[in-house]
Design a protein around this ligand. Structure first.
Ligand SMILES: [Zn+2]
Ligand SMILES: [Zn+2]
Length: 390
């Protein structure tokens, strides 16, 4: 099984139902494993509902990041991998030969999968894009595509979100945008983005460094960055002078309550304390969420502050996003959005599809599947729950 996500439009986990596949609820020899392409909830969210003996496969960094996040995020889950996906390294699960391909995506450690069994070949795009920090992975895939693919399952998240000939700004474009905003800001720059969007955190870090500022992260982001296991990802440790850890008051309470306060001992040398916030504000960029505002308020560190929203603006419609925007308005703090998609534009999807030239292309992960036949060759539309012979 390739991914078992909670659909983004599902009401909640309790009411979401499992697909009718043998082996999910009761053991069955026909279900050999679930491969988790990356750590986004729409790719693993239903796994807590399946019987626990099913082996899971995922990237080692995905496993580590999910474990780190599960200590902080409500509803977070740590999954144990029986197999690790390694880019370019073939692996076998029963009759299936699988080659994972690391891809560029807003979720870290994300893979497309090339799968062969019984003389037939399938390619699963997973979630991917070409305009992120690892865009070269997409170009490599287009230059050296897997050959003789019978069926390609290709994501189409962008369809309907932007015009079919339009492209998204790159992470490099965003870095320039952040740099300009940071230079124009006299006080603390507060960036609301997901700590698990590692590409974006790197973009913000690079812009902060160029602006002579230090990136301030909370314990959750510090743990996620450390869990990547990549030497090239900025994190609060020696060798990264522009990263510091600030633990907000309510997070400190939470750490103690959950018995995990010793977790942050290792950041002792890199901490920034409440009484330092005010003086250093103009030299800081903080990875920020709305509830951290009270810490900055208490520390009198909000003069000249600016908030930049760097995630999907749909999250501003209600809940914490809407509350933050209203809070900024009340306080007279400038608020703007600086973001780019985690998914490929239509022109990039076209390049991928024409490089791989599958016998059949089946749209997945999209609200725009009816546009597929006019945009790509050899499209077969499949219904949820419908079995397809390869
Ligand atoms: Zn994703
Ligand atoms: Zn997804």
């Amino acid at each position: 099984m390739l991914d078992l996500g909670l659909p983004l439009d599902a009401p909640d986990l309790a009411r979401a139902s499992l697909p009718e596949i043998d082996g999910l609820e009761a053991p069955s020899a026909s279900l050999l494993a679930i491969i988790v392409s990356h750590g986004h909830r729409d790719h693993w969210g239903l796994i807590p509902k399946v019987q626990a003996t099913i082996p899971l496969a995922m990237g080692a960094a995905t496993e580590a990041i999910m474990a780190a996040a599960s200590r902080f995020v409500p509803g977070g889950v740590a999954l144990n991998a029986a197999y690790h996906l390694v880019s370019g390294k073939p692996m076998s699960i029963g009759p299936f030969k699988i080659i994972p391909h690391l891809v560029d995506h807003s979720g870290f450690d994300a893979y497309a999968l090339e799968i062969e069994a019984g003389g037939k070949r399938l390619f699963y795009s997973g979630d991917l894009r070409a305009h992120g920090r690892k865009g070269s992975l997409f170009e490599r895939l287009v230059r050296n595509p897997p050959e003789n693919i019978d069926i390609m399952l290709m994501e189409g998240s962008s369809l309907g979100r932007l015009a079919n000939d339009q492209r998204f700004p790159s992470e490099t474009d965003l870095e320039e945008g952040f740099l300009r905003r940071f230079e124009e800001t006299s006080g603390i720059a507060l960036v609301a983005c997901s700590a698990q969007n590692i590409d974006r955190v790197v973009t913000i870090y690079r812009a902060a460094k160029r602006a002579g500022r230090t990136l301030l992260v909370d314990a959750y982001a510090a743990e996620v960055l450390s869990a990547t296991g990549y030497a090239t990802i900025p994190k609060p440790e020696h060798g990264w002078p522009n990263v510091a850890v600030y633990i907000p008051q309510s997070q400190r309470v939470q750490l103690v309550k959950n018995g995990i306060a010793p977790l942050v001992d290792k950041y002792r040398d890199f901490r920034l304390w409440p009484e330092q916030l005010r003086d250093k504000a103009g030299r800081l960029v903080m990875l920020f969420r709305g509830w951290m505002m009270q810490d900055l308020d208490r520390a009198d560190a909000l003069a000249g502050a600016r908030v930049i929203w760097s995630q999907w603006d749909g999250y501003l419609a209600d809940g914490a996003g809407a509350r933050l925007r209203a809070d900024c308005e009340r306080r007279g703090i400038p608020f703007e959005t600086l973001h780019t998609s985690g998914h490929a534009s239509v022109p990039d999807l076209k390049r991928l599809a024409s490089a791989i030239r599958p016998c059949r292309l089946i749209p997945i992960h999209t609200f725009g599947r009816n546009q597929f036949p006019s945009l790509f060759d050899n499209v077969t539309l499949a219904e949820d729950g419908e079995w397809i012979d390869v």
